[in-house]
Design a protein. Structure first.
Length: 414
């Protein structure tokens, strides 16, 4: 299946000698071929040398790092795309920046382009804080091999893909809200089971990714919830913590009966958060595990999972368990299968996490006070079903459902 973002070309722009017309004709964004490769390398080198303090608005921070003013950048951004009219304010802003840079060349164009792109980063960060995953730039334009101009939906690819993927993606993620701050809004946390699934979710714009114990266990032929996947879980955490996103790891019940050992484990993972289950066991004892984790890894967001509803045992104690775990230092409470959601969120002074069930929409869960929704093993089970369905389609001569391309998938490992 052809990916328009990877295979099709960007529309050409007319030559220009001043203002926005010159900028369009000189930046990597609207280039192809050898010119694109040269300009992209120049931009990547500029980004690598840029000393940016990720505070405040990205456009202000990047302007400061470049030694340029941010005044007028919004006007340039509003005229940047070739299908948009060029305003006098935008032309004047480009010329001021060219004068400050001292030269009218590709390096200057790359600096101005970084400022322009940071306006989209501003919007991206605001979307994340509001719990939105729709890209600030909803569509982009491409030209097919037949010369047809098309619009490509950027849902699932806010930073693009292929040769025109945004080179400043990692810098943009440095401005993203912390994992803790994401819970101040609304966090949809998809759960991955290996590096490729996590990287694909990051590519789709998710600012945080969790792991699924079932997915990890089943991938290695190990039963779930038996406490047998410590090596696999640790290895996966080590792979995922280098992704440009926040990572939360499901450590089941901690893989140990010693609270101190569980605290040491969490501290060693190097991730933003963990889920720690209580298995509906003695809450006094389980609170000691929460306390040990927070003493050893105070910066890790500990989501204390209460299994009373999940295991249909002692459901009346759910609120008391939540308050006990919060008193021990837990940062959030996760109750899979929770009923009476609104009454529970009103009684618990911390972000409440539920498992996606499809019974309520995300908006309805937000209205009931939920601040985090996890997909659990849903994505893993869906992927298994899709794989079997594709194999059956091949065997039966039926159309195969759409899939990621080879190059796109291979790029997830880079």
């Amino acid at each position: 299946m052809t990916d328009p973002l990877s295979e099709y070309e960007v529309p050409s722009v007319p030559a220009g000698t001043t203002g926005v017309a010159w900028l369009r004709a000189t930046v990597v964004r609207f280039s192809e071929g050898e010119t694109h490769r040269r300009r992209r390398a120049l931009t990547e080198d500029l980004l690598a040398k840029l000393d940016v303090t990720p505070q405040g608005r990205p456009v202000d921070a990047i302007a400061a790092a470049l030694g340029l003013p941010a005044d007028g950048v919004d006007a340039i951004a509003a005229s940047y795309q070739p299908h948009l009219p060029i305003t006098a304010d935008a032309d004047a802003a480009v010329e001021r920046l060219v004068a400050l840079c001292g030269t009218r060349d590709e390096v200057t164009a790359a600096k101005i382009a970084l400022l322009v792109q940071s306006c989209a980063t501003d919007a991206f960060i605001e979307h994340l804080r509001a719990g939105r995953l729709d890209p600030p730039v909803p569509v982009t334009r491409r030209v097919t091999p037949e010369g047809e101009r098309i619009e490509v939906d950027l849902t699932g690819a806010p930073f693009g893909r292929g040769r025109h993927a945004c080179p400043g993606r990692e810098l943009a993620h440095r401005f993203a809200p912390s994992f803790r701050e994401l819970h101040d809004g609304f966090l949809l946390l998809p759960n991955a089971w290996d590096h490729a699934s996590a990287a694909a979710l990051v590519q789709a714009g998710f600012p945080a990714v969790g792991t699924t114990s079932l997915g990890v266990a089943a991938s290695f032929g190990i039963p779930d919830a038996e406490g047998m996947t410590r090596p696999e879980t640790v290895a996966l955490a080590c792979r995922l913590r280098h992704l440009p996103c926040h990572v939360s790891v499901d450590v089941e019940m901690g893989f140990s009966s010693d609270p101190a050992a569980v605290g040491d484990l969490v501290a060693s993972l190097g991730v933003a958060g963990v889920n720690l289950e209580d298995g509906a066991e003695d809450p006094v004892e389980r609170a000691e595990f929460v306390r040990a984790v927070k003493e050893r890894a105070p910066d890790v967001f500990l989501n204390a999972r209460i299994d009373t509803h999940w295991l249909h045992r002692d459901e009346k104690s759910t609120k008391d368990r939540a308050l006990r775990y919060l008193d021990a230092g837990a940062d959030g409470i996760f109750v899979p299968g929770l009923t009476g959601i609104e009454a529970f969120t009103n009684a618990v002074p911390a972000p409440v996490n539920v498992l996606h069930s499809g019974e309520l929409t995300l908006d309805q869960l937000w209205e009931r006070g939920v601040r985090r929704v996890s997909t659990g093993s849903l994505l893993f089970r869906t992927a298994l079903k899709a794989a079997v369905d594709a194999a059956l389609a091949v065997r039966g001569g039926a159309p195969v459902p759409p899939a990621f391309g080879y190059a796109e998938t291979d790029a997830l490992s880079s």
